[in-house]
Design a protein around this ligand. Structure first.
Ligand code: G4P
Length: 528
């Protein structure tokens, strides 16, 4: 097998999706622990804090106890290379999270056993569904009382509209938690508390029939378990790999991240069954990960990781070929060849200078604002990856300058922050207003903070009568011109110069759509 194929097949690139507080950070720590990336779980939060200290504007994150930025962690496990792309946890940071999900091959959904399917999980699931991303589920906090496991599977199936295939099953819960049964191997793993900082080498029984098991958990509990398993078998679906890979079925695991219980069973199954990098669509053709030439796209920009240098790091997911340090690549949008010097890789222990990267890996490219989200790099071929969307904002504000002489800086700042995806920026055709759009309201705070901190601009934001935005497309140039003329009051250009309809109300949007059947009103825009 060629090195290209071997390296591609052993990559597992994924993100964890969850409602805040379900245990994403804790689970990340434990996964890194198994990956040997950290000696002792608990250091992720420490690392986070250290990173915060490196950048001034991130003080805002610290103040609010949220993580605005996402990072990439790579670790080896069982002969595979796992790339975990962290998604910002706070409910407000929708767009950034969504775009991270375009760069992964699968996702892991964490659900709090007591809370069940929460609102944020539902939204993230919708995003995963856009690309039929395969999802595994981890039901967390089994050491606490929660909903009945069967009830939870029902909830996932009915609310998230995805089949559940339990792979492990809990024995008891809360104070009565005894362990889990692996439904495919029949093995029983006992729960022992106090193991949270070590690898879990819990007592394992080969099957339910092991006499020592009865002695350990008691005859009553064993009988209860057998009855429950019969019920589960009748009521749930057996694991079907094709259905999982197609995004129609989610394998479900139970455990307790903080106690490091059930996590290794999940990870073992994950590296075996989760997909390696798949072919990806571009404007001209499908790119196979096993192709020898490098291609990749940028899904995230992070500014000013080092405030001394005011530089930005563009996170590029490799889709084919191999990146090697110092190589040149073709930046398709600008048509220029760029030397990828000092690119970063993201071994979980620390950021490092990349030596090489394969499909599924992420590298960080330093630049001074020349690279945007959605940009494609190749070794010369003129193609662009598709499917990295801008979402229609749901909140709008008009930027108001306190010092009118700073107009230029304000425009520059807003243009750059929108390039990074921190906000969306619209210029109405008929006025000089600067309109900002966001998916979550905290985005405005971040923008105000960064405008002041990085561009020296004191700007306020005021309410504006806009309810939603739609990107306008029309194949008939005459119709489009007519539409433009008749609706100029509600039209604007986004930062990329695309035409957008800013609807004052939902009813207005609906009426306008009905009146102009030849015009498409898109709720997402692909990055050009
Ligand atoms: P998030 O990233 O999804 O927001 O969640 P995070 O891991 O920070 O976990 C949220 C809280 O839930 C934390 O408590 C964490 O310790 C706790 N937690 C995670 N896994 C488990 C589990 O298996 N069982 C129980 N009982 N709790 C769990 P916290 O008090 O908010 O933070 P901390 O002070 O403990 O760090």
């Amino acid at each position: 097998m060629s090195e290209q194929r071997t390296e591609t097949l052993r990559r597992r690139t994924f993100a964890i999706i969850s409602h805040p507080d379900a245990g994403k950070t804790t689970l990340t720590e434990k996964l890194l622990l198994f990956g040997g990336a950290i000696q002792m779980a608990g250091s992720v939060k420490g690392r986070k804090a250290a990173r915060h200290a490196t950048s001034d504007w991130m003080a805002l994150e610290k103040e609010r106890g949220i993580s605005v930025t996402s990072s990439v962690m790579q670790f080896p496990y069982a002969g595979r290379i796992v790339n975990l792309l962290d998604t910002p946890g706070h409910a407000d940071f929708g767009e950034d999270t969504y775009r991270v999900l375009t760069a992964v091959d699968s996702a892991l959904m964490v659900i709090d056993v007591a809370k069940g399917v929460e609102e944020r999980t539902i939204k993230l699931m919708e995003v995963c569904r856009l690309r039929d991303t395969p999802i595994m589920s981890f039901i967390n906090k089994l050491d606490r009382e929660g909903k009945e496991p069967i009830e939870l599977l029902d909830e996932i199936e009915s609310v998230l509209k995805i089949q559940c295939a339990p792979i492990t099953w809990p024995i008891g819960m809360g104070k009565r938690l005894k362990g889990v049964v692996h439904l495919l191997t029949g093995e029983v793993h006992l729960y022992e508390s106090g193991r949270n900082f070590t690898r879990q080498d819990s007592t394992i029984f080969a099957s339910l029939d092991d006499p020592a098991l009865e002695a350990s958990i008691g005859a009553g509990m064993l009988r209860e378990l057998r009855e429950e398993l019969e019920l589960v078998e009748g009521a749930s679906h057996p694991f079907d790999k094709a259905a999982y890979l197609a995004g129609r079925q989610t394998p479900v695991f139970f455990g307790s991240a903080v106690n490091n219980f059930g996590v290794q069973l999940l990870l073992d199954f994950f590296v075996e069954h989760a997909p390696s990098p798949k072919p990806r669509a571009t404007t001209t053709r499908e790119v196979q990960p096993t192709e020898e030439k490098l291609t990749g796209f940028v899904f995230k920009i992070q500014a000013n990781m080092d405030p001394q240098h005011r530089d930005r790091v563009a996170f590029m997911r490799v889709c084919s070929g191999c990146f090697s340090a110092g190589m040149k690549a073709f930046h398709v949008r600008s048509g220029k060849e760029v030397k990828l010097a000092n690119a970063l890789t993201f071994m979980a222990s620390d950021r490092e200078i990349a030596a090489e990267a394969w499909p599924g890996d992420v590298i960080g490219i330093h630049n001074h604002g020349t690279i945007s989200i959605g940009d494609t790099f190749t070794e010369g071929e003129n193609l662009s990856f598709t499917g990295i969307p801008n979402f229609a904002p749901e909140l709008f504000r008009r930027a108001r300058l306190r010092d009118p002489l700073k107009m230029k800086q304000l425009q520059k700042g807003l243009a750059q922050l929108s390039e990074e995806g921190a906000t969306q920026f619209f210029r109405p055709l008929m006025s000089n207003d600067l309109i900002l759009g966001a998916v979550g309201s905290l985005q405005f705070d971040v923008v105000a903070y960064r405008l002041k901190d990085e561009y020296g601009v004191d700007a306020g934001f005021e309410q504006v009568g806009i309810n939603t935005a739609r990107w306008i497309r029309c194949d008939n140039p005459k119709k489009l011109e007519e539409f433009r003329e008749k609706n100029a009051m509600n039209l604007a250009l986004d930062a990329a110069g695309e035409l957008v309809y800013l609807a004052p109300t939902r009813v207005n949007l609906q009426l306008t759509q009905e009146r102009w059947p030849e015009v498409t009103f898109a709720a997402t825009r692909e990055h050009a």
